[in-house]
Ligand binder design. Structure first.
Ligand SMILES: [Zn+2]
Ligand SMILES: [Zn+2]
Ligand SMILES: [Zn+2]
Length: 355
């Protein structure tokens, strides 16, 4: 037997009144909404400009020692001897490139929502609702995380508040609707050893301040308005997805130290879709550019709309300094425009590290 033919229906109608609106069939199921097929990029691939100056000279001995001393001073358990008296034996420059790819995406999802009814127009079905990706939303600043929640036009309807059943108030939780609580000095008896309880004048009752002795409080769900507006809520999220690739170099300083320092910007381009940096002087950058662009395409194009990409190449200065302290050779690195220092084999730490 076909249940659709039975009247009254055997089953309650679907809880989702929007399930037959084009573009919102799966609402409530959660998850992202795939964007419409993107337009193909119109600009042809362009070769990146060739940076002119590819080297940053090593720091001077004085500058390197200054950075080293500041670093040691900021570590309470490093004694200053090696930084002050260590003899610098060699200074080497080991600059490297860092590629950064940013993909700025817009994600849209929908859910059913409700709010206290405050006089909004109940426009459900007044016109067909725009599909999720057709709802007009102003794009925020590029490459900046932002979220926007929007009531989808022509999806709003009014219903009685299901929590207070259209009354606007609910029974007070504090006093269980009585308007008073038992007096806590006499446990509600009104009596104490020496006669009537003076705190409640012998009534045994303590006025409920939460509900002003009314026994009921405003319904939070409808904010006392008795009715709710139900609608489809569109959530729009803009995200800047960033990946870095630091080219391996031979100094011995680990690449993860170089993810976030500042460098000398050699190249920066911002387009709807960027292209691999073919012809860049360092082939590892071309390779990384090609790989990251493909990764971002496969990661983000299915679930979101790519609004803009930005590709940046920085040259990051690394100065490797070898120095002698008590007949042993040690090393420290100064890197980034900030002159950050890394000295993992610092030879003179004091007592405070006892495990
Ligand atoms: Zn009392
Ligand atoms: Zn109360
Ligand atoms: Zn209510």
């Amino acid at each position: 037997m076909n249940s659709a033919a039975v009247y009254p229906p055997l089953y309650a109608p679907a809880a989702n009144p929007f399930s037959n609106i084009p573009g919102y069939e799966g609402i409530g199921g959660g998850g992202f909404l795939p964007p419409p097929i993107p337009l193909q990029p119109v600009a042809p691939p362009q070769p990146g400009p060739t940076p002119e100056e590819l080297n940053i000279p090593a720091l001077s001995e004085d500058a390197a020692r200054e950075a080293f001393k500041d670093y040691v001073q900021s570590h309470c358990c490093y004694s200053s001897g090696p930084a002050n008296e260590g003899v610098i034996t060699s200074i080497e420059s080991h600059n490297t490139y860092r590629l950064r790819l940013e993909t700025f995406t817009e994600c849209r999802s929908t859910e059913m929502a409700e709010k206290p009814y405050e006089g909004e127009t109940a426009d459900f079905y007044a016109q067909p609702a725009p599909r999720p990706w057709d709802v007009e939303v102003k794009t925020p600043n590029l490459f900046t995380k932002h979220t926007e929640e929007i009531r989808v036009p022509y999806t709003s309807s009014i219903k009685e508040c299901n929590v207070c059943h259209g009354v606007g108030t609910v029974s007070c939780k504090d006093c269980e609707g009585k308007g008073y609580k038992p007096c806590k000095y006499c446990n509600g008896s009104g009596q104490k050893e020496d006669g009537n309880c003076s705190d409640c004048n012998g009534t045994g009752k303590d006025r409920c301040s939460k509900c002003n002795a009314q026994g009921k409080t405003k319904c939070e769900t409808c904010n006392g308005r008795k009715q709710l507006l139900t609608f489809i809520k569109l959530k729009v999220e803009w995200t800047n997805n960033e990946d870095n690739h630091v080219v391996e170099q031979s100094s011995g300083l680990k690449a993860d130290k170089l993810q976030s320092v500042k460098g000398k910007e050699l190249f920066k381009i911002s387009q709807i879709m960027v292209y691999p940096l073919y012809g860049f002087p360092n082939p590892a950058i071309t390779e990384a550019s090609d790989r990251l662009i493909k990764e971002h395409q496969s990661k983000y194009a299915q679930t979101s709309r790519i609004l803009q990409q930005r590709q940046t190449v920085d040259l990051i200065p690394i100065t490797k300094v070898n120095y002698k302290w008590k007949n042993n050779i040690h090393v420290f690195y100064v890197y980034g425009n900030e002159n950050k220092v890394n000295a993992e084999d610092y030879p003179a730490t004091c007592c405070c590290v006892i495990l």
